[in-house]
Design a binder for this molecule. Structure first.
Ligand SMILES: *Cc1c(COP(=O)(O)O)cnc(C)c1O
Length: 401
């Protein structure tokens, strides 16, 4: 049966692709070794640095985010290297599985899947590593399975305080372009990112933003690599080209996304995400449901994971909302399956889209007979109205600066 109106894609990635980006990609594919492409990509590779807030190179792969995880590891590590990881949730555990598949030895600090990484615990582990056997610290900035953000600059401080030479690698797949992030300022060596979340593109591109320390480490890294090799990219990238066929039309879209972020201003983009996240939490509390993240300093601006009341299955609830209101919400991943649903409020999103999203959830709670208190949508609207009246754009949360 035909469904009227637009689908609400409120999973925490892929996100709604704005018409401007769809239009930018709706063009004939051009010669990826011709002058028009070189000029476009030369500029793009440079403009991208403002999004990562970095001076070093940003490598682009035609791959999902997982490809960029692999690229980060194979370019910097040698077989048997230890890497320190913090298990904030599903995505952190997938990254550590990838590392061990590649022949690395992840040392995993367990988390409770309800908060970001504990910087002090990372510092203690590094201080105890007198022989410097740990070669990298790998952290998921925004853990998309739980809606918890890790304090990257605190972790950098801990690495420095321990006098430890490990590289710092950060997965920003669901935070870049949504939550304050500063590669150079925070001393990050490799930033991993993907196209389909805060960057508002379809899936299919991923990124490594690389520090000079990581480039240096790549010269002696012994894991086998070819397709992912940074050094193969360097020469061609200098002229706006790639060593193989790039995803030409996605790159047109990326150039448009970078323009859109810069027109709005990154700080305004972060403030908008933080305002929508605050209004969402207010709705969730008014419904008498729990936000999964228990540490207010770690609340995510990209998504909110909501705990279902005991005896109610989150996937059955999501199905009711999809069937009745044509809205997709995120599912609970691995150990959270059936127990939480996730509201994506990242990317190309505004107050009225949030109002529609929360209305769909409140309608769903009613018709699925989930125990809840009415008024969540109204509480969120009050929050949004207060923010507008105060001319307030919520400052980014303290942990983010
Ligand atoms: C989405 C996501 C990934 C996985 O990216 P793919 O594009 O599916 O490979 C990894 N880490 C985080 C934090 C994510 O949000």
């Amino acid at each position: 049966m035909r469904t009227s109106g637009r689908h609400f894609l409120q999973i925490p990635g892929p996100t709604n692709v704005p018409d401007r980006i769809l239009r930018a990609m709706d063009r004939p594919t051009i010669d990826h070794r011709g002058p028009a492409f070189g000029a476009m990509c030369g500029k793009l590779l440079n403009d991208l640095k403002a999004v990562f807030r970095c001076d070093g190179p940003v490598y682009i792969y035609p791959a999902s985010g997982t490809g960029a995880w692999e690229a980060a590891m194979v370019n910097t590590a040698s077989p048997g290297d230890h890497v320190l990881m913090y298990e904030t949730g599903h995505f952190a555990s997938m990254w550590s599985k990838l590392a061990s598949n590649l022949g690395l030895v992840p040392e995993v600090i367990e988390g409770d899947w309800r908060s970001g990484a504990d910087a002090a615990a990372i510092g203690a582990r590094l201080a105890a590593d007198k022989t410097h056997s740990i070669k990298a610290v790998c952290i998921v900035h925004n853990e998309t399975s739980t809606g918890a953000v890790s304090p990257i600059s605190d972790i950098r401080d801990q690495i420095d305080a321990a006098g430890h030479p490990a590289l710092l690698m950060v997965d920003t797949i669901s935070s870049l372009g949504s939550i304050d992030y500063r590669q150079d300022n925070w001393g990050v060596d490799v930033t991993v990112a993907g196209s389909q979340k805060g960057l508002m593109l379809p899936p299919g591109l991923s990124f490594n933003a690389v520090s000079s320390k990581a480039l240096e480490a790549s010269k002696s890294a012994k894991l086998p690599k070819s397709y992912w090799s940074w050094s193969e990219m360097n020469g061609p990238n200098d002229r706006g080209f790639f060593p193989y066929t790039p995803a030409t039309n996605l790159l047109f879209g990326l150039a448009e996304a970078v323009s859109m972020l810069s027109e709005e201003g990154l700080d305004n983009v972060f403030a908008r995400h933080s305002r929508h996240a605050a209004a969402t939490r207010r709705a969730v509390r008014t419904w008498s449901l729990d936000v999964l993240c228990t540490n207010p300093r770690h609340y995510s601006s990209s998504l909110t994971a909501v705990v279902m009341p005991e005896g109610h299955d989150a996937d059955a609830f999501r199905r009711v909302i999809l069937e009745n209101f044509d809205m997709s919400l995120g599912n609970g991943l691995s150990r959270l399956a059936g127990r939480v649903f996730r509201i994506g409020h990242l990317g190309d999103f505004n107050d009225l889209m949030l109002a529609g999203t929360l209305s769909g959830i409140e309608l769903g709670l009613e018709i699925a007979s989930v125990p809840y208190e009415k008024g969540g949508v109204q509480a969120a609207l009050d929050d949004l109205a207060e923010a507008r009246k105060a001319g307030r754009s919520h400052a980014p949360l303290a942990h983010a600066v």
